[in-house]
Design a protein around this ligand. Structure first.
Ligand code: ZN
Length: 191
């Protein structure tokens, strides 16, 4: 599916979810059997591990529809990049989305600073460039930093050689940023 149509399909699904008209598609026994032939997801979505941000639910999609990667703070590492390259090269996914969200705990921890225990610090370090790039604190600060973190992720994915940048420059795929508001349920495109 062409990436413009994928974005449209996801936003339409999000609208159904918000308005209480979710269809819960592709979750039947028959569909599961159909999927034994293989998967053809329409999009790859990198988002936060936050339990309130489940892509299949908020976009009203089902099994086999979304190739989902999740980690606290939706940060990017080499294994995620490899997974996204696989989705593009082998599953013909035409849309990559980095999806941040409101009230993100990982972003909040980054803003609070200090030295979080254990490996939590590696998340904070990965999100810190977003905080550093924004000069002045303002109202709604956690969400502003979260959006900047999405922007950094998108910018990075667009320039990753050899697969993603080439396919993006050719217009084969689109790489977009989006933000999910936990209260309204709405997903907005940001980058
Ligand atoms: Zn989060």
């Amino acid at each position: 599916m062409e990436h413009k149509n994928v974005i449209k399909k996801l936003l339409e699904g999000n609208q159904r979810y918000i308005t209480g008209g979710a269809l819960h598609p592709n979750q039947s026994f028959e569909h599961r059997i159909e999927l034994t032939k293989g998967q053809k997801p329409i999009a790859a979505i990198l988002t936060c591990a936050d339990s309130r941000v489940s892509p299949e639910i908020i976009f009203d999609q089902g099994l086999g529809d979304l190739f989902v990667l999740r980690v606290a703070g939706n940060v990017i590492n080499d294994m995620f990049i490899g997974s996204l390259e696989y989705a593009v090269e082998h599953l013909n996914v035409s849309l990559l989305m980095v999806l941040g969200h409101s009230q993100c705990g990982a972003v909040d921890a980054t803003i609070k600073g200090g030295n979080p225990p254990g490996h939590i610090n590696s998340l904070v370090q990965a999100i810190k460039p977003a905080l550093d790039r924004l000069k002045k604190q303002s109202p709604d600060w956690v969400n502003i930093v979260a959006k900047e973190n999405v922007k950094i992720g998108v910018e990075r994915l667009r320039t990753i050689d050899p697969i993603l940048t080439a396919r993006y420059d050719e217009g084969d795929i689109d790489i977009v940023g989006a933000f999910y508001d936990i209260k309204s349920g709405k997903v907005s495109l940001t980058v």
